[in-house]
Design a protein around this ligand. Structure first.
Ligand code: NCD
Length: 342
């Protein structure tokens, strides 16, 4: 058995079998647990005076983001550099995409230019699957349409485990409030949090929960082996009551066709995570948000910076989680053979 880091650790890294990470629906709980433990190792590296290790020395990580991003792209690139990978960042707005080049041609071109790990974000759900069909390396999904954002869900899970006593989510109430309909973050969190055994509540206006009740019913009917059920409600008091974790989601106006919300003011009046509402949660509850935040809409500014907020921890943990994923995907654990590349 090879181990991830050194003689001091005992992580069965050989348990990682995936070539790509596009969605969490194919990732088992033991594999999620492996990612969490590998992230612990990466956090150890980030606490060192020199945060760089040679694990991916000479490997090429290429980021291709067709949609705006600050934290996801920068944290992937920081993670890759921390592992000594070469990083190439492609901005479609200034690339041949503007001349009509297709996703498939762009991916083939990047591979010919040496890309080995492709981190991509796209506005079309499923685009990373198309890329994976033509790409000879590894595809990591940095968010596709409304579909999935697996690394965000993993950093959310890591942050919850870090902040909850005992690090165990079983039976813990997690309320996710906001624009569930358009949220790839919520969809990925449903997989990881139900696998973790959390008591998951999705909350928002009925128009922004469309389709979720059917999904919740399928889940509670045991459609997904090993996954717990989740609740869907527009009753924010019920969702927040006694919650251990409260997560706000951005109202994604760019994905919204008219008529889903009367106005942002009305949304804020009924669903904003403000101090009064958040006080319904457990005394030690944490407040999360994947960012970018629209303060004053889905979350009140004082809540976002309150002592309960772990929003900056989420961002910081994002680097460690992405280091772990790049490391596992690149098969660096296999190359290590006890040689301790970290
Ligand atoms: C989210 C995204 O892009 O899906 N942000 C993120 O990656 N941290 C959420 C959003 O855009 O609201």
């Amino acid at each position: 058995m090879t181990t991830v880091a050194s003689a001091q650790t005992d992580i069965p890294a050989t348990a990682w079998h995936h070539r790509h990470l596009i969605d969490l629906d194919v990732v088992s709980w033991p594999e999620i647990d492996l990612i969490m433990r590998t992230t612990d190792e990466m956090k150890g590296i980030l606490a060192r005076p020199i945060r760089k290790v040679p694990a991916l020395n000479g490997r090429r990580v290429t980021t291709l983001f067709y949609e705006a991003s600050t934290r996801t792209r920068v944290s992937f690139e920081t993670a890759a550099r921390n592992l000594s990978a070469d990083v190439v960042s492609v901005a479609p707005a200034t690339s041949s995409v503007t001349k009509g080049e297709s996703l498939v041609d762009t991916v083939r071109t990047l591979e010919a230019l040496g890309a080995e790990i492709l981190v991509m974000r796209h506005s079309v759900s499923g685009a990373p699957y198309l890329a994976a069909e033509v790409f000879g390396g590894h595809v990591l999904n940095g968010g596709d349409g409304w579909h999935a954002h697996p690394t965000q869900a993993l950093l959310d899970l890591y942050t919850m485990r870090e902040n909850l006593p005992g690090g165990d989510l079983r039976g813990r109430k997690v309320a996710i409030v906001g624009d569930i309909l358009h949220s790839r973050v919520a969809r990925s969190n449903i997989w990881s949090l139900t696998a973790a055994g959390a008591d998951l509540w999705l909350c928002g206006p009925a128009t922004l929960l469309r389709g979720m009740d059917r999904w919740a019913t399928a889940w509670s009917g045991g459609a997904i082996p090993g996954h717990g059920r989740f609740n869907v409600t527009s009753d924010i008091e019920a969702a927040l009551h006694d919650a251990d974790v409260v997560m706000g989601l951005r109202i994604q106006r760019e994905r919204m066709q008219g008529g889903l919300l009367p106005s942002l003011r009305e949304y804020a009046a009924r669903f904003q995570l403000n101090a009064e509402r958040v006080s319904l949660a457990k005394p030690g509850a944490i407040v999360m948000h994947p960012g970018p935040m629209n303060e004053g809409v889905e979350i009140a500014p004082d809540v976002a910076i309150s002592g309960r907020s772990v929003i900056t921890d989420q961002v910081a943990n994002g680097v460690a989680v992405r280091m772990a994923l790049l490391y596992l995907l690149a098969g660096a654990h296999e190359a290590a053979h006890g040689e301790t590349p970290l």
